[in-house]
Design a protein around this ligand. Structure first.
Ligand code: PLP
Length: 515
């Protein structure tokens, strides 16, 4: 390896990306690197030296792994390992789809404090930032982002909520500001139990449905256990179960083949089945009543608990969905999970689950460790909205608005793009999403890269699979597209497709020239 002096070129700083200059800027001699062992650590060291010496500034995007591998005549895996090593040292941060950025400027006199190296092995499994990155993308004001699953927040009932807040503070007085029960406020649990046909003692209030998934995963899953999960399915569930150490097996929810499910249960003896059977995320699909019956029969034959994530139940666009799995289950093996995030607002962080009392007790004990109680004010607020009828009035208006948005967005997409290029797999009868299929020559990750400069965003299909699938699929949250923006969204998406195809054909030509 060359010494520190020869690795940095004082006075040269990276701002743009003159590709060929990268080796010079990083001060790397390919021949010296090739003889080092292990190569990835020598490469990481060279880049660290460039950062420490000031040749590469904080916030700089490092060269893409493939490019650096080509420039150095190394395998891409070696460069990936080097970037991971730098991440472990706390010097760079990788962002899915956006590249690797210098995140810390260590004091040249001392080594940086490498927090990453201190993080427990189980916590290291949960460092994925892609969902949070999407939230950041959605916040970009000029972007028509359909990436995050939210209802039409611009019709949020501000007046009704502020009146309900006023009432709740007067009505519940000091109870708003003091500690509350971990299982949730009695008044809210009573409303939930009455509305969804369970008992208050079988109801646990949550800080959002995601907390319920985390609790269920921690409560029921031991490392190595198999969990059967919708395929495609909700990424938050995939993460929660995976981080609990589960081995995930997908069941194709739309095909709904119960022999396949039976076979899967027989072979893998899973710890639980997770499903989102009504207006599913991402497909919008709803499990028919007959399938529900057979599904429960299979689960009970193998004595496998079912987690029914029912987050979208109330968001039907035409007729209401079929009864819940929980209401059809005579064996009390279903844990039912729900949220106010998709009807009121995700920022309220309020959800709940209902299940048999023994499991509620375990889940409450686990919840208490990290979140002794869900905040009182939001519980009293929502109890008041349910009580006064303001919740149902809002829901009625929201359904009408979502229907308008779904129709306007579907029509605009279909006008702008031929179905052979991008096809909506179905017009959903509820929920928030269009699940779309792309032509075989376009991958949704490439399309997203082209879409961001056109001011549109969506979620590429791979996020919804626990296995490497979904390359030609994507999810659009139609509820975030105002009817007045629908036409523009369709056109921007069409333009993104053209850009992606242009880039891909250039890439193909270059590859062909290379061969
Ligand atoms: C199927 C499903 N379950 C759970 C959640 C999480 O909901 P919450 O915001 O209440 O945590 C989501 C959010 O997108 C979801 O789509």
């Amino acid at each position: 390896m060359p010494g520190k002096g020869s690795m940095t070129r004082p006075g040269r700083e990276v701002g743009g990306t003159e590709e060929a200059c990268w080796l010079d800027i990083l001060g790397i001699e390919p021949a010296a690197l090739a003889s080092a062992r292990p190569v990835y650590r020598a490469l990481a060291q060279a880049i660290e030296t460039a950062i420490t010496g000031g040749a590469v500034r904080q916030g700089t995007r490092l060269p893409p792994e493939r490019l650096l591998a080509e420039l150095l005549g190394l395998s891409r895996t070696t460069v990936v390992q080097a970037y991971r090593e730098l991440e472990r040292r706390g010097l760079v941060r990788g962002h899915v789809g956006r590249g690797t950025y210098v995140s810390a400027m260590p004091d040249p006199e001392s080594a940086p404090f490498a927090w990453r190296g201190k993080v427990a092995a189980t916590a290291l499994r949960s460092h994925g930032t892609s969902l949070r990155d999407l939230m950041g993308d959605a916040a970009e004001p000029h972007r028509l982002s359909t990436a995050v699953g939210t209802p039409a927040l611009d019709v949020f009932p501000v007046e009704a909520v502020s009146e309900a807040l006023d009432r709740a503070m007067r009505r519940y007085g000091a109870a708003v500001w003091t500690h509350g029960p971990t299982q949730g406020q009695d008044v809210l649990r009573a409303h939930l139990a009455a509305r969804y046909g369970t008992a208050p003692s079988q109801t646990l209030v949550l800080s959002g449905a995601q907390q319920g998934l985390d609790l269920v995963a921690r409560c029921l899953v031991d490392p190595g256990d198999v969990v059967i999960i919708d395929r495609p399915g909700y990424p938050g569930a995939i993460h929660a179960f995976r981080e609990a150490g589960a081995r995930l097996h997908g069941w194709d929810v739309v095909r709904g083949d119960l022999d396949e499910l039976d076979d899967l249960l027989l072979r893998s003896r899973p710890k639980l089945i997770y499903t989102n059977p009504t207006f599913q995320n991402p497909t919008g699909w709803t499990m028919p009543v007959r399938t529900r019956r057979a599904f429960l029969a299979v689960a009970s034959r193998y004595r496998v608990p079912v987690v029914e994530d029912d987050t979208y139940r109330e968001l039907y666009l035409g007729a209401a969905g079929p009864p819940t799995l929980q209401s059809m289950d005579p064996h009390a093996c279903v844990i039912h999970l729900n949220s106010f995030g998709k009807v009121l607002a995700p920022g309220l962080r309020l959800g709940w689950l209902s299940a048999a009392e023994p499991i509620i007790d375990h889940l409450s004990a686990l919840k208490q460790r990290a979140d002794p109680q869900t905040q009182n004010l939001v519980q009293f607020l929502v109890a008041d909205l349910l009580d006064s009828g303001a919740y149902d009035a809002h829901l009625g208006r929201l359904r009408v608005e979502h229907r308008r948005r779904s129709q306007a967005a579907a029509a605009a997409i279909q006008r702008a793009i031929r179905p052979e290029v991008l096809r909506l797999t179905a017009i959903p009868s509820g929920g928030l999403y269009f699940w779309c299929r792309l032509a075989a020559d376009i991958e949704s990750r490439d399309l997203l890269r082209s879409a961001l400069p056109h001011g549109v965003a969506f979620v590429p299909g791979h996020a919804f699979y626990a296995d490497p699938a979904g390359a030609h699929e994507l999810r659009i949250c139609f509820a975030t597209i105002r009817p007045s923006d629908a036409e523009s969204f369709g056109q921007r998406l069409a333009a993104s497709l053209e850009s992606a195809r242009g880039i891909l054909s250039v890439r193909d030509t270059l590859n062909a020239d290379h061969r």
